[in-house]
Write a protein that binds this ligand. Structure first.
Ligand code: AMP
Ligand code: ZN
Length: 139
């Protein structure tokens, strides 16, 4: 299903032009307008899903192999040394467009740094076990 008010639905289905690097019947992969690094791409499903929790199994099964395909092509074509897969769910996690998308961010030796990185915190084993239990009992 598509959402008539969703910009990524329009881009994914070709109603709004984009710098497209790949397209098949389920996905369009475009370059991000505000790139973290040169060649930063977004994988967009052509159907609307708000986030990963809504994604159906067909799309979920397609997105990771496609991300690997795009990452490989980036290493070949852009000469990047690695890439990050980033996928934000919910405003608190930095999701600004409510249409599932996966970022494929080329990484180059020498920078820029600070992408998909965090300062490691700390946790003792009691806290880890309590947190694990809160998640485990809701799966
Ligand atoms: P997120 O913060 O995970 O929701 O990512 C949204 C991304 O979409 C950001 O990196 C934006 O730069 C990018 N973006 C927003 N609008 C467009 C657009 N029209 N074309 C390409 N990228 C876009
Ligand atoms: Zn949409």
């Amino acid at each position: 299903m598509r959402d008539e008010n969703c910009i990524f639905c329009k881009i994914a289905n070709g109603e709004i032009p984009s710098a497209t690097v790949y397209e098949d019947e389920k996905f369009r992969v475009i370059l991000d307008l505000g790139p973290a690094t040169k060649g930063h791409a977004l994988i967009l499903p052509k159907e609307h899903f708000d986030d990963v929790c809504q994604l159906n199994e067909v799309y979920a099964g397609g997105v990771l192999p496609l991300a690997a395909k795009i990452g490989r092509a980036m290493k070949q074509g852009l000469g990047c040394d690695g890439f990050n897969l980033v996928q934000n769910n919910g405003e608190a996690a930095g999701q600004t467009v409510r249409h599932f998308h996966m970022h494929v961010i080329p990484r180059y030796a020498g920078g820029p740094k600070g992408i998909a990185a965090w300062e490691p915190g700390s946790a003792d084993s009691k806290e880890l076990e309590e947190l694990a239990d809160k998640i485990r009992t809701n799966i």
